[in-house]
Ligand binder design. Structure first.
Ligand code: GUN
Length: 289
């Protein structure tokens, strides 16, 4: 069994991004710009956003966080997105989720210029992914695929099981596995006999948010196991969606929690921002709109 070390791979990705960001700045006289919108004071979101801010600066991006009060209106939030869309020095816009309960996320996400949608969550980018065409891809699924690449495995004809059908992870990662010619099953809370599905799978991506719900003994010998879950137990310990110790005895490759998929998300976000910047400059001053 080999541990898929997300921290190490994320570092490698961030170094690649930094080199691309420097080349971009040298060519265009400005750094790629990432702007993050945070509404309200959700403690977890504040930590995530601060981490994004720091990582962006270290990778040589221009970055700014727009912190809005918890009672911001839908119209004011969408007006800010419109302003960021119109600014040619901004290449990436990310609206941190979840939004406070009185706000609707999808209209806000869909208001983002798709050429700046570094989260890959607009309807256009989701559609390009379905169609297998170039677009900006969601960050956590991209991080999963990058980790699978590290194994050197050819996914063609392999049985891949995605547990979870969220817009942020499950659905997009399933489409990315399909694009690599895996035979993909999407399991979810209504799936009958999850154990049997796991037992037959060469690749398992667990993204349900239920602590250790995938038992280690279900894992097929030599399978690749990616654990997207981050759950805090009653004892304050962080565990994934997979029972790690027992799964590690059977898996060929497995991501730990923490230190697996988690660190990849921000690294892929930075990569998306430089990609968006490069594509927008290549398309001309209006960024292809
Ligand atoms: N909150 C948790 N994960 C994400 C993500 O990938 N993107 C955004 N925008 N918010 C999140």
């Amino acid at each position: 069994m080999t541990v898929l070390d997300g921290k190490a791979v994320a570092k490698k990705v961030r170094d690649e991004v930094k080199a691309r960001a420097e080349a971009f700045a040298a060519a265009h006289g400005r750094k790629p710009g990432l702007h993050v919108v945070l509404v309200g004071d959700d403690p977890a979101s504040q930590v995530y956003v601060r981490n994004k801010e720091r990582a962006a600066a270290k990778a040589g991006l221009e970055g700014q966080v727009h912190r809005l009060p918890g009672d911001t209106t839908q119209a004011d939030l969408e007006a800010l997105v419109a302003k960021l869309n119109a600014d040619p020095a901004i290449d990436g816009i990310l609206v941190q989720l979840p939004l406070p309960g009185h706000l609707e996320a999808q209209p806000v996400l869909d208001a983002i210029d798709p050429s700046k949608d570094v989260d890959g969550l607009t309807a256009l980018n989701a559609g390009l992914l379905v169609d297998g065409r170039d677009g900006l891809r969601p960050c956590t699924p991209s991080g999963c695929m990058r980790l699978i690449e590290e194994t050197g495995a050819d996914l063609t004809g392999q049985r891949a099981l995605v547990i979870g059908r969220s817009v942020l992870v499950g659905k997009p990662v399933a489409l990315m596995l399909l694009a690599r010619n895996a035979t993909v099953t999407i399991a979810h809370s209504r799936t009958a006999d999850l154990e049997a599905r796991v037992r037959e799978s060469d690749i398992v991506v667990a993204a349900v948010g239920r602590p250790e719900m995938v038992r280690g003994e279900w894992i097929k010998e030599d399978a690749i196991v990616l654990d997207v879950g981050i759950n805090r137990t009653d004892e304050g310990k962080l565990v994934g969606d997979v029972e790690y110790a027992a799964a590690a005895e059977r898996a060929g490759w497995i991501t730990p929690v923490p230190g697996g998929v988690g660190p990849m998300t921000i690294a892929m976000l930075l990569g998306n921002t430089v990609t968006a910047a490069e594509r927008r400059e290549a398309r001309g001053p209006r960024g292809g709109r």
